[in-house]
Ligand binder design. Sequence first.
Ligand code: HEC
Ligand code: HEC
Ligand code: HEC
Ligand code: HEC
Ligand code: HEC
Ligand code: HEC
Ligand code: HEC
Ligand code: HEC
Ligand code: HEC
Ligand code: HEC
Length: 315
Amino acid sequence: MTASKRLAMMAAILAAITLPGIVSSQSNDDETTLPEYSRKGADTCLACHDDETVLTMFRTKHAVPDDPHAPFGHGQLQCEACHGPGGKHTARVRRGEERPPIPAFGSASTASVADQNSNCINCHEKDLGFAWHASSHDSNSVSCAGCHDSHVDNDPVLTTSTQAEVCFDCHQQQRTQSMKPYAHPIRQGEMSCDSCHSAHGETTDLLLVRQTTNAICFDCHAEQRGPYLWEHAPVSEDCTNCHDPHGSSQPGMLTMRAPLLCQGCHSQDGHPSLPQDETGLPSGMPSQYLLGQSCLNCHSEVHGSNHPSGSKLMR
Ligand code: HEC
Ligand code: HEC
Ligand code: HEC
Ligand code: HEC
Ligand code: HEC
Ligand code: HEC
Ligand code: HEC
Ligand code: HEC
Ligand code: HEC
Ligand code: HEC
């Protein structure tokens, strides 16, 4: 038996489960007496929608018939649990008339995003948690279907190696950054956005998974946690003072190269950046402080120092 035949058979068996509360109307043509929902649930739908892209539904957790809470569990509304009432959509259409649409998903949908989401939320309120309803995704009308592909058994947004592609659809700037030479191994498929962000919302700013940026970084970069005898103030404050977590053209994912990075905060007095000779006049020779273009040659302990005489972050 081919995979698609097996799917079709499974579909038929599943769809044979009778649906509650759905009474057949006497005349399917009369708008006013049409039942809200289709007469035979999935069986009705599959008569017209039997493409492989639809049938893959039967490989997902949503189609597990033993799960009473799933759309295909006993007594549930099957396809219409997500798509909404399909009574009018499935009724006979006179020649030349257009088939009334079913409230679908995506930009072509006849339903508002709030209505589309409410079908999913009916069953997933607990998984989402309170934060969803205040999140920037919810308040900017991003639908569940904007991230979730419900007809495939391997929803890409749930898999580390494929998740970022879904997010990049809307977050172009992060896509560009991830392609830069120095980035977290996201394009290699070894890390995903949810290492640091909670897509469903969080009580923090920018959907961050922890209360502070540094707490997130320390999850994986314990070496930089300290505590240090000599702290470097911008490090304890926020790692993104110097690093761009989405990627950068500078080695070490730095926002800028040294010495510019350091000189963004530190005055050049005493550490002149203009080449000069012993008398203090400009010369053709670079200052020893700028040798190798790097403050790090001397101030190597840029994240902090535990050496008794490390106050200048040099050891
Ligand atoms: C009598 C045939 C027929 C039946 C039965 C039927 N549909 Fe449709 N459906 C269509 C046609 C025709 C279209 C519009 C053409 C298209 O986009 O494929 C459509 C469109 C759709 C769309 C929108 C597709 C898109 O690309 O946006 C969805 C979703 C849908 N149907 C779901 C269902 C569901 C769920 C059921 C069962 C409750 C169902 N249909 C029953 C014929 C049918
Ligand atoms: C768990 C919720 C859920 C269930 C159950 C479900 N669908 Fe869908 N369906 C969706 C979502 C979400 C989309 C939009 C997919 C997208 O935009 O990527 C969709 C898209 C579609 C489309 C649009 C055409 C396409 O292939 O893109 C059709 C047709 C469709 N579904 C028919 C069905 C039928 C028939 C059933 C029952 C056998 C069903 N759906 C069950 C959520 C569901
Ligand atoms: C009738 C209830 C019901 C509806 C409607 C429903 N779901 Fe589910 N969903 C479930 C159940 C039950 C599971 C399986 C939970 C488990 O096994 O942990 C599930 C699982 C999932 C999963 C996890 C899948 C996986 O492979 O781990 C996602 C994501 C999901 N649903 C999203 C959606 C979205 C998006 C919609 C709307 C388009 C939707 N659901 C509509 C009941 C529902
Ligand atoms: C911005 C993208 C995005 C949107 C929008 C989104 N999700 Fe998710 N969803 C994810 C990601 C990423 C995961 C996996 C990581 C996680 O659990 O946070 C996930 C996991 C899930 C899971 C399975 C894990 C669990 O928590 O049990 C369910 C169920 C789910 N989402 C339902 C929904 C529903 C319902 C909506 C709409 C109200 C929705 N999602 C909107 C990205 C999204
Ligand atoms: C369908 C489009 C869409 C998808 C897909 C999407 N987002 Fe968003 N996201 C938005 C919109 C719209 C906003 C709010 C406006 C903005 O800040 O750009 C937003 C905002 C954000 C923010 C900033 C939050 C804030 O408070 O400003 C983060 C972080 C984010 N998304 C992460 C993700 C991640 C991670 C994924 C993938 C799991 C994802 N998004 C998928 C549309 C999307
Ligand atoms: C290593 C942790 C980390 C990873 C992985 C990560 N982010 Fe972020 N993201 C952050 C931090 C920290 C901020 C806030 C500071 C900043 O703007 O740089 C942020 C901010 C954002 C913002 C808001 C930007 C703004 O300027 O308002 C968006 C959108 C976003 N991230 C999307 C994504 C997407 C999409 C992915 C996956 C491709 C992703 N992030 C992966 C840590 C991360
Ligand atoms: C989920 C784990 C994880 C989290 C969270 C995380 N990182 Fe990373 N980070 C990595 C991995 C993996 C690498 C790549 C290591 C390698 O290639 O050897 C890396 C690499 C780096 C590098 C470059 C190292 C080098 O050798 O060039 C910097 C800088 C960095 N991360 C900073 C941060 C910052 C800042 C944060 C917080 C916003 C953060 N990371 C959060 C896992 C993580
Ligand atoms: C004042 C700027 C600055 C701040 C703030 C900063 N870093 Fe760095 N970081 C650097 C520089 C410069 C390098 C490159 C060091 C080198 O090339 O030897 C670096 C390198 C790294 C590396 C690569 C491995 C290593 O030790 O060389 C990691 C990981 C890292 N930083 C993590 C973090 C984390 C986590 C934070 C926040 C707690 C943070 N950084 C805050 C400047 C900073
Ligand atoms: C975001 C701003 C910022 C950046 C970028 C920055 N620093 Fe600092 N740095 C500070 C602050 C604030 C102090 C604490 C000054 C104080 O306590 O008087 C400090 C302290 C120091 C000290 C110890 C000074 C003292 O008087 O004890 C050294 C050395 C130092 N930084 C070197 C560097 C180097 C090298 C870089 C580049 C890799 C750098 N800093 C990047 C803000 C910054
Ligand atoms: C050749 C080694 C060397 C290089 C290169 C160097 N420094 Fe220093 N820096 C020192 C020494 C030595 C001190 C300590 C001076 C003292 O104790 O009075 C110092 C002190 C500092 C201090 C503390 C200021 C103070 O008055 O105590 C800061 C901030 C600093 N350097 C920043 C930088 C920055 C930014 C760069 C890159 C532009 C840089 N350094 C390059 C050797 C160097």
